[in-house]
Write a protein that binds this ligand. Structure first.
Ligand SMILES: Cc1ncc(COP(=O)(O)O)c(C=O)c1O
Length: 362
């Protein structure tokens, strides 16, 4: 192609993001009834969105000819009430937490600078770094998928701008301790702690933003809040960083419907409580049902990771797909090997189906 030469060289090396499979795709491929397929591959909320969010979207549908407020002030105010941190520490994105990551890259990643990424982990850190002209530097996690501050510091140099920590980690489900994060925060770099799944965990690292000027905690409405389709994300950041973020974020990035849905979802405490309870019970159900069949890793997230060795994740997830169960084959995660599968915690009924299916497949 004549104009390919104009591409930034770093873009050529990017491996495309591999999303979880959709119900439509699997129904078509295997000739299955979409109603019988269960989707446990993308860590969405099986209870669906809050009914209050759905009502808010309907109510605002007639207003989409108007621009939303450019700084999403009402949403930031609602997040402030929900989290207990002032609006001056809150930034938002109308493209999920992925959008937050991209904006942070625009702020901190000059051409050729480095981002330290413990693997296996969420792949968009790598893609976003490369897309912005940066260089991802990988650190292998240990056998239990923990990452030691010393291993991170081995990779930090004067060229490092960002360090990514996913807690609880996708796909392994384990969280990083506050003590270790405090050590890592001594680095001369921005530390991005991705807390997409922290709503399901024992604790969050949010409170550290009061102490550290180089900490970002990233959050999403896609998991607990059941709004993955609205693409809403937010982050808690030090005040100086919020001001810079506002300068470079896409104007009007949070649309009218997402804004209304986000505010309503934050207010629906009953939906949030039921969702968290379902995940806590479901993790125990899955671990109990699968523990005798394969290795199950402890999880603080709304998914669990299993190791199906000596079988491969590819063949096992394929067998599950044929039974109408979508799980995540982790082979595409850098450094994950080929026998790990991630399963979103579903409803009690869905979990039962996964356990039965895996019992017959394994
Ligand atoms: C760890 C992690 N961070 C961020 C995201 C992206 O979230 P969002 O849907 O808000 O872009 C995901 C999505 O799966 C994730 O697993």
């Amino acid at each position: 192609m004549r104009f390919e030469k104009l591409l930034r060289p770093s873009v050529r090396g990017i491996k495309e993001y591999v999303p979880g499979k959709s119900i439509e795709e699997i129904a078509l491929r295997y000739g299955l009834d979409p109603a019988c397929i269960i989707k446990l591959g993308s860590n969405e909320n099986p209870l669906g969105p809050s009914p209050r969010a759905v009502a808010a979207i309907k109510e605002k549908a007639g207003k989409v000819h108007l621009y939303p407020p450019s700084d999403a002030f009402e949403l930031r105010k609602a997040i402030s009430e929900f989290t207990g941190y002032p609006e001056s520490n809150i930034v938002v994105s109308g493209n999920g937490m992925d959008g937050i990551l991209d904006t942070m890259m625009r702020l901190f990643m000059p051409h050729g600078a480095e981002a330290v990424i413990p693997i296996p982990t969420f792949s968009y850190y790598e893609i976003s770094t490369l897309a912005n002209g940066g260089k991802p530097v990988f650190v292998e996690r240990d056998r239990d998928f923990n990452v030691k501050p010393e291993a991170i510091f081995d990779k930090v140099n004067s060229n490092t701008r960002m360090i990514f920590l996913c807690s609880p980690n996708n796909p392994s489900g384990n969280a990083v301790s506050e003590k270790e994060v405090r050590k890592i925060l001594d680095a001369d770099a921005i530390v991005f702690v991705d807390e997409a799944y922290a709503d399901f965990a024992k604790s969050s690292l949010n409170s550290l933003i009061r102490e550290y000027d180089n900490l970002i905690t990233g959050h999403t409405f896609s998991k607990l809040f059941g709004l993955a389709g609205m693409r809403l994300g937010y982050a808690l950041v030090p005040e100086w960083l919020a001001k810079e973020y506002m300068k470079v974020m896409t104007p009007f990035s949070v649309d009218v419907l997402s804004l209304a849905a986000g505010i309503a979802a934050l207010g629906d405490k009953d939906h949030l409580r039921r969702s968290i309870e379902m995940v806590r019970k479901g993790r125990i159900q899955l671990a109990g049902g699968l523990g005798s069949l394969c290795q199950v890793y402890p999880s603080e997230a709304n998914f669990i990771m299993i190791d199906v060795a000596p079988r491969t994740a590819g063949e096992v997830s394929e067998s599950l797909l044929q039974k109408g169960i979508i799980v995540r084959d982790c082979t595409s995660f850098r450094g994950a090997g080929n026998s790990l599968i991630r399963i979103t915690v579903g409803t009690e009924e869905q979990n039962k189906r996964v356990i039965e299916a895996l019992r017959s497949v394994l």
